[in-house]
Design a protein around this ligand. Sequence first.
Ligand SMILES: [Zn+2]
Length: 454
Amino acid sequence: MSRTTHDAIREALRGVPGGAAGTRIEVTIDPNVKRAPFGVVTDRGLPAGLPPHTPNQPQYDARSTEFSDDEIIVTRLPPGEEDANSTMCMVSGRLARKVVKATSGHAPVPQPIPATFCIREAPGKGLGMFATRDILAGELIVAERPLLVTPAGIPARRTLPEHLTQAQVSQVLLADAEREYEVLLEKTAPALRDAFMALVDSHRFDGSGPISGRIRTNGFGADDMTDPEKPGYAMGANAYSLVCDNLSRMNHNCAPNAPRYFHVSTFSMQVRAIRAIKNGEEITTAYCETLVPFVARKAELARYDVKCTCSLCINPSQSDPLLAYCKKVRDRTPRASGNCDRGWYTDFSVPESTAVKSLLADLAAIVKVGQEFESSYVFTLFQLMKTYAARGDVTNARAYAKQYAVWHLAVHGKEVDDKQVESAFGMVAVAEVVLRMKGKMKGKMAGGKANAAK
Ligand SMILES: [Zn+2]
C-alpha cells in the first residue's frame, strides 16, 4: 500500500465511526480530524468495480492464549455466561484479557430496587427514560450489559486503488465495516439482536449501513473500555463503541442529570443520578461537549438528529456566558488530584471570607447551568472541604466531603467508605489541630495584651 493511500485510509478511519473515551461516540476534539459523513451524501456505497469485502472473523474464547494483545478479535464477553447474558465484542486481545480477569468473580449486574425508570414517549423526542420514583444523588438508575461492542475505528481490511478520493475511501470503510458488523450480529443472541435493531438509526443517508448507522447513533464510549493510545492516530482511535438497550433511550440534555460509566467487574454500563431526580422527571445524559456555546452544541447534535430544547438552549444569550464562566473554572482545574495539595486555599493568609466566597460562587455557577458532572464541580467541592478544614470548620468540611464522595459514586461508580467521609478524608484531624492552634494563639494574644496594659 502506498503511503498516500495508507494516509487517506488512516485519515478517514479517524472518523469512522469515531469516538472519544468517555463521550458519546463520534465526538472528537481534534479539529483536524476528518469525520465520517453524516446527513445526505449523494455518492454512497462502493465505487464502481470494487468488490464487496468478505469478512474473516474467527471467534475466540477470550480465556485462550491464541491471540496477541494488539490483535482485534471477535469474542463473547464475559466468557462462561449464557449467550443472552453476554456480549459479542470486537476488541483487542489486551482488552479481552482485562475483561476476563476483572469478571472472574462472576459478579451479577446490579439492579436498583425498587426500579427507578420507565421508557415512554418523550414529547418531540421519540422515546425517553423517565424516573418512576424520587432518586437520590449518587443512586444507581440503570445497569446493563452492552448489546454490542465494536472498535470506534475499524482497521482497513484491504488495499484500495490509488485513484479513490477521500470521500470514496470513507464510503468503502463504512461499507466494509457493515460487512464485519453483520457477521458479529449474526452471532449475537436473538433477543439482543432484536433489541439492537429496534434502536433508532439517524445515519440513513450518509453511506452507513443499518448496523453501523445504529452503532453511530447509539454507541457510547467508556474510559474503562479503551486501549493504550496509538501513536499517529487521533484521540478516540483507541476507543470502543458500546451500544446498550435502555441506556440508548436516554435523551440528550446540555444540563444532564445522569452521567454514565462502565463497570468492568460486572461488565455493565451504568448510570447514576448526579443530583436528586424527582418522580416523573426525564433522565438525561450528554451526547456532546457541554461547556461550549449554543451554536457549537447545535452543530454537534445535528449528527444525532437532535434539536435540543433544554433550558440552556432556549436562552443562549443568558446561558452562553454562564457556560463560559464554568469553562474557565474547569480550565484551572488540575488534571491530577495530587495537585490539590498545593492550592492557595491552604494558604492561611487568605481570609476565610475571600477563599470560601469565590469557591461558593464557582459552585453556584456550575449548579445553575446543571454541569455538576464536570470535574470542575468535584474539584470545587474538594477545595471547599480543605478550605473549611484548614480553618477549623469541621461541620462544613464533613458536609463537602459527603458531596465529594457522592460525586465519585455518580460519575465513576466508586464507593467511598463512610469512615473516610466521617473524617472528611483526614481533614477533620487537620481542623482539630487548627482549632487547638487558634486557641493557643488567642491565649497568647490575650496574654500579650494583658502584659502591654501593665
Ligand atoms: Zn441543550
